[in-house]
Design a protein around this ligand. Structure first.
Ligand code: NAP
Length: 252
């Protein structure tokens, strides 16, 4: 018996990194999975890998900053699998370190669109689909930067704090409608987003690993484990939470 047996799960940003591992774990734990990503080829390839392992999945190309594409993503879920039980709103970008006063309005808007507005749009259209079948569970990917500041990343920090606030608000608004909403806050995790920096110079890689409480990077499957558990019935009394999954980093 899997943790999410018989459920239908939608994961955004699922063509790579944390989202890919989340989609694979949802499938391994018994869910039918919609693998959504801006990169349609990556989404199709992750979905195919799940099917090759005996799971149920479809790939969907979707830019989650575009409301019409978000609607199409949820519609494709209902068309293929008939319902929506679990959503992991995870798509995001890292952004470049920029001094506060040098950050352009375009870069600010771009970050807010991908890392915050996308979560609003996804929940806006996922929640009615969940209500139609009696409820569901949502996990939004924030970050340690959702609870502490980072000099040089004002746009990323603002977006990730925003995700925590949206999560709490949706949790309150739908608590009596059997919809749970939580956030997962990863620490530095070994995905293509981070490999861009760690692969550039071994010394930078070691410095980044030392910044994690346990002294080594998180692995994307460790974040996925938290997301899938939060969406499972085992977490039935957990809603409005912001779960740090960061190997004792932010608590220091
Ligand atoms: P990743 O490997 O780069 O995966 C992110 C995925 O999101 C990519 O497949 C990307 O597609 C997709 N994406 C970007 N913009 C999108 C859009 N507008 N619509 C749909 N999909 C979009 O990064 P990751 O490390 O797994 O990050 C996943 C989430 O975790 C992000 O929200 C990130 O902020 C958060 N996080 C990561 C870390 C970390 O250390 N890795 C730490 C804290 C929080 P493309 O490749 O085509 O752009």
């Amino acid at each position: 018996m899997g943790l999410v047996d018989g459920k239908v799960a939608l994961v955004t940003g699922a063509g790579s990194g944390i989202g890919e591992h989340s989609a694979r774990l949802f499938a391994a734990e018994g869910a039918s999975v919609v693998v959504a990503d801006l990169n349609g080829d990556a989404a199709m390839s992750v979905a195919q890998a799940i099917v090759d392992l005996g799971g149920k999945a479809i790939g969907v190309q979707a830019d989650v900053t575009n409301e019409q594409q978000v609607i199409a993503m949820v519609t494709a879920t209902i068309k293929e699998f008939g319902r929506l039980d679990c959503a992991h709103n995870n798509a995001g970008i890292s952004g470049t370190m920029t001094a506060f006063t040098d950050l352009s309005l375009d870069d600010w808007n771009h970050m807010i669109a991908i890392n915050l507005t996308s979560v609003f749009l996804s929940m806006k259209h996922e929640i009615p689909a969940m209500l139609a079948s009696g409820g569901g569970a949502i996990v939004n990917t924030s970050s340690g930067a959702g609870v502490v500041g980072f000099a040089g990343l004002p746009h990323y920090v603002a977006a990730k704090h925003g995700v925590v606030g949206l999560t709490k608000t949706a949790a309150l608004e739908f608590a009596k409608s059997n919809i749970r909403v939580n956030a997962v806050l990863p620490g530095t995790t070994n995905t293509p987003m981070i490999q861009e920096f760690t692969n550039s110079n071994p010394d930078i890689g070691k410095m980044i690993a030392r910044s994690v409480g346990r002294g080594s990077l998180g692995q994307p499957e460790e974040i996925a484990q938290a997301a899938v558990w939060l969406c499972s019935d085992r977490a039935s009394f957990v809603s409005g939470d912001s779960m740090l999954v960061d190997g004792a980093t932010v608590c220091r």
